[in-house]
Ligand binder design. Structure first.
Ligand SMILES: C[S@@+](CC[C@H](N)C(=O)[O-])C[C@H]1O[C@@H](n2cnc3c(N)ncnc32)[C@H](O)[C@@H]1O
Length: 433
């Protein structure tokens, strides 16, 4: 006779098999045959540097890291192998369809730096390897036991390694959960006929339905794999900010930063001007993020960068509270632009990160700030930039304003930093308004 614990494990195994069967039939993202566009995008060396220092501000740039793509789906591991040709990339996925699709791309693009294995995340330890970087996006919220999955990944992360984790967020997905419940109640199955009928039903969704906006904004939803992944998944849970932090801590990991931090920051965009801004500023960091998530209301997912909780370098190396910031090297993030037209009064430019989905996250800058911004070349420290500007202008900024400006550039996802150790040759600059 089975005891309760055996029964529990049997039901988890059953659920995991159901999820695997689902992905065998509806691989997601849709398998693709060409990575040419992706390859062109990553030809840009600045993109590589910005991506590297997003994850590792305190390390010197290198390209030969070991990367695990956990739950790699159809193309994610191949993309990483293509974008980091010097890296050793390992992709694992428990779906044979995903592995096959990745193998095809490996062959086509001669990705000798890629190994793919059909393996559940829960058994990643069987590889006998550890990694500098682990990427796990869109996967753990589908596991019957996400805690066990995250812990297994943590155990194969090197002590100074980093993890990119993406899980679903609840409030923006309310419409999805309503339609999942609708599909369950009326017996919609994950098969082609039922999915086609669901597409018809979705077209008739009344105006104002919580899913309406998402359907309009996500053209991907027209494809059956995407629709099945969102609405007919056998196992799907979401994490609010506070639940996410508990999830991370429980696994022995520490939060480093959001991949895009402006949407979560109470000092960015609409959040900065709320009457409640002073009260929000009094809260702990996690509570601030939680408040922003509730106020924004439409977040669909959380993408965070994590380290091990025993990481010797600490989890949040970027700081503007000590003077070290003058020796930071700002590196512009890809996908950022400086708009020069239809400017607000007094602005010499408006900085935008085109990957932000919230339209309030723009950063107007005046002419002095613009000269600082224009001097960012990915090689100079902030101190060097100040020195250079001070030589050419009589209008100088105070130390506080320079610090505030570069901190805002960072919070608004305009730059990442390479943290160079301060040397005796570093500029010890004085600035006066
Ligand atoms: C939504 S897809 C995401 C794919 C990829 N990470 C991306 O972001 O494009 C989820 C993938 O995780 C895989 N997966 C789900 N549970 C898994 C598990 N326990 N072990 C390994 N792979 C798993 C599925 O087979 C599927 O390919």
């Amino acid at each position: 006779m089975l005891n309760l614990q055996d029964e529990f494990h049997t039901s988890l195994r059953g659920l995991a098999e159901e999820v695997r069967d689902f992905y065998e039939r509806y691989p997601y993202p849709r398998p693709i045959e060409s990575l040419d566009k992706y390859r062109r995008l990553w030809k840009d060396s600045h993109r590589h540097r910005a991506d590297y220092h997003l994850f590792w501000p305190a390390k010197t740039y290198r390209e030969d890291q070991s990367i695990l793509i956990a739950g790699c789906g159809t193309s994610q591991a191949a993309k990483h192998a293509l974008r980091w040709p010097e890296a050793q990339v390992t992709g694992i996925d428990f779906s044979a369809t995903s592995v096959r699709s990745t193998e095809k791309l490996k062959e086509k693009y001669k990705l000798n730096n890629l190994q793919v294995h059909q393996l559940p995340i829960e058994q990643v330890d069987d590889l006998g390897m550890s990694f500098d970087q682990i990427v796990c996006t869109g996967v753990l919220h589908h596991l019957p036991d996400p805690d066990a999955g995250l812990k297994a990944l943590r155990d194969v992360l090197k002590p100074d390694g980093v993890m990119h984790l993406m899980v679903y967020a609840p409030y923006g997905r309310i419409g999805i959960y309503m339609l999942q419940e609708f599909a369950r109640r009326v017996g919609v199955q994950a098969n082609d006929k039922h999915i086609r009928e669901l597409v018809v039903a979705l077209k008739a969704l009344p105006p104002g339905h919580p899913l309406e906006d998402l359907l309009r904004k996500a053209p991907d939803f027209q494809h059956e794999a995407a629709l099945a992944d969102a609405l007919l998944h056998p196992q799907d849970r979401a994490y609010s900010v506070t639940q996410l932090f508990e999830f991370i801590e429980k696994a022995g990991l520490a939060f480093s930063r959001w991949v895009k931090q402006a949407p979560y920051n109470p000092h960015c965009g609409i959040m900065a001007n709320l009457p409640q801004a002073p009260q929000i500023a009094q809260l702990s960091q996690v509570e601030q993020y939680a408040a922003v998530e509730l106020f924004r209301g439409t977040m669909l997912r959380h993408s965070a960068i994590l380290t091990r909780d025993d990481n010797p370098g600490g989890s949040q190396p970027v700081s503007f509270t000590s003077k070290a910031w003058t020796s930071y090297v700002p590196v512009r993030m890809s996908d950022t632009i400086c708009v020069q037209e239809r400017l607000p009064p007094g602005a010499a430019g408006v900085l935008i990160n085109r990957t932000h989905t919230y339209t309030d996250l723009f950063m107007p800058i005046d002419s002095t700030e613009k000269s600082f911004f224009d001097a960012i070349d990915g090689g100079c420290t902030i101190g060097d930039i100040v020195k250079k500007i001070n030589q050419n202008t009589t209008k100088k900024l105070s130390l506080d304003r320079v610090r505030g400006f570069f901190e805002r550039l960072w919070l608004y996802d305009q730059v990442v930093f390479e943290l160079k150790r301060k040397t005796d040759n570093d500029t010890d600059f004085s600035v006066v308004e």
